[in-house]
Write a protein that binds this ligand. Structure first.
Ligand code: PLP
Length: 393
């Protein structure tokens, strides 16, 4: 089985696994235990991890809150801000092709909390229109601006620095879901003017079940009401005993990402470009979704005209790719991201996301590409036969 679905999740790096091992065996202390060395050791390990997580995004250690996943971080920001401030009658500005975590939280907020959410569209390449954002972000009315940093389905990278500036000019906070960008492109919360940012360990070769929320310190002060109240962990913003092994693994994953990102990105980009080059040389009537240049280096979302993507995936049974985000695969209907680009339902059902990563090899890409080419050719010739048959009958 060849795994080309790194945007859904990544395997645990063995170095990360090794770093976690002691913390799930003899070093089992509760990081909040203040009275003995089991607790002190665990707390030190957590703070060390917090340093590495913060360091990767140029944040201070004190600005990182650990959660269970990016989805939780996103919910904590959106709902926690609404709860903490009088947001009634005000507006959250976000984009149509956000991740389900943002869209789901926004739908709840709209339904129950008297806050309006405005979903701004993107063009056929997935790009936002800055003038549109400047026009819709309104001083006193806009409560929060939330824009995904890099899209998980098509890889388009948003101009968040510009949007953050527009938000700040209107006296509004800027939040970004950076889950897919972290470890793939460099993210600097200070240079980019990010106030709040969510991301996750399992997308960067860390364990599942750990996420982080960056909350900028300083003025204007950001007030968030916790969703999980309890023992005062994480500066009172997220109660519950800390997942020490998971957090240690997250820290190690961030440390490795910082060391290796540049080299890894170049290697992966070359493989991704080879995949696209070969497919385009061999197959007519295919297209790339998203912007070709300003795109995550590992992501390639390709449409195969006249081919049903689910049939294609079943046909290439030893290649793990996906038709859409794993996080929305329980919902039926075409991908909301592809629909946002203006694709028809039929076109959206003809698309496959290839997402490469740290352990993808050139041999794997060569094999996968061959398989895609032969499957697409076969399926297309079958559909030609059935069209011909229909004409005869
Ligand atoms: C994977 C992903 C999430 C959800 O992350 P979890 O840690 O699984 O909750 C959110 N946003 C984006 C862009 C993602 O790719």
């Amino acid at each position: 089985m060849i795994y080309i679905d790194y945007n859904a999740t990544t395997p645990l790096d063995t170095r990360v696994r090794d770093s976690m091992r002691p913390w799930s065996s003899d070093k089992f202390g509760n990081a909040s235990s203040r009275d003995h060395a089991f607790g002190w050791d665990a707390e030190e390990a957590v703070e060390d991890a917090r340093f590495h997580v913060g360091n990767l995004i140029n944040a201070k250690t004190s600005e990182i809150i650990f959660t269970s996943c990016a989805t939780e971080s996103i919910n904590l920001v959106l709902k926690g801000l609404v709860h903490a401030k009088d947001a009634n009658g005000r507006t959250i500005i976000t984009s149509v092709p956000e991740h389900e975590a943002v869209l789901g939280a926004c739908r709840q907020i709209e339904a129950r909390m008297g806050v309006k959410v405005q979903y701004l569209p993107v063009d056929r390449y997935g790009n936002i229109d800055l003038a549109d954002w400047a026009h819709n972000i309104i001083k006193g009315e806009t409560f929060l601006v939330s824009l995904i940093l890099a899209n998980n389905e098509i890889g388009t990278i948003n101009p968040i620095r510009e949007v953050a500036r527009i938000a700040h000019d209107a006296g509004t906070l800027f939040f970004t879901d950076a889950t897919q960008a972290i470890g793939k492109i460099s993210v600097d919360v200070r240079a980019d003017g990010i106030d709040l940012m969510a991301f996750s360990a399992h997308k960067i070769y860390g364990p599942k079940g750990v996420g982080a929320l960056f909350i900028r310190s300083g003025e204007p002060k950001i007030e968030i009401e916790p969703l999980i109240a309890g023992g005062g962990q994480e500066r009172g913003l997220r109660g519950g005993t800390l997942n020490v092994p998971g957090i240690v693994g997250f820290g190690e994953a961030c440390r490795i990402a910082q060391m290796e990102m540049e080299e890894e990105t170049e290697r992966v980009r070359k493989l991704r470009d080879k995949l696209e080059r070969t497919l385009f040389a061999e197959l007519p009537d295919i297209w790339i979704n998203g912007q070709k240049s300003n795109r995550l280096p590992n992501t390639s979302n390709i449409g195969f005209s006249g081919v049903d993507a689910r049939t294609l995936i079943r046909d290439m049974h030893d290649i793990a790719v996906s038709t859409r985000s794993a996080c929305s695969s329980s919902s039926t209907g075409p991908s909301h991201v592809l629909k946002a680009l203006g694709l028809t339902d039929e076109q959206a059902y003809s698309c496959i996301r290839f997402s490469l990563g740290r352990f993808t090899t050139e041999e794997e890409i060569d094999y996968a590409v061959k398989k895609v080419i032969s499957s697409v050719r076969r399926l297309r010739s079958h559909s030609m036969i059935s069209i011909t048959n229909e004409r005869i009958h």
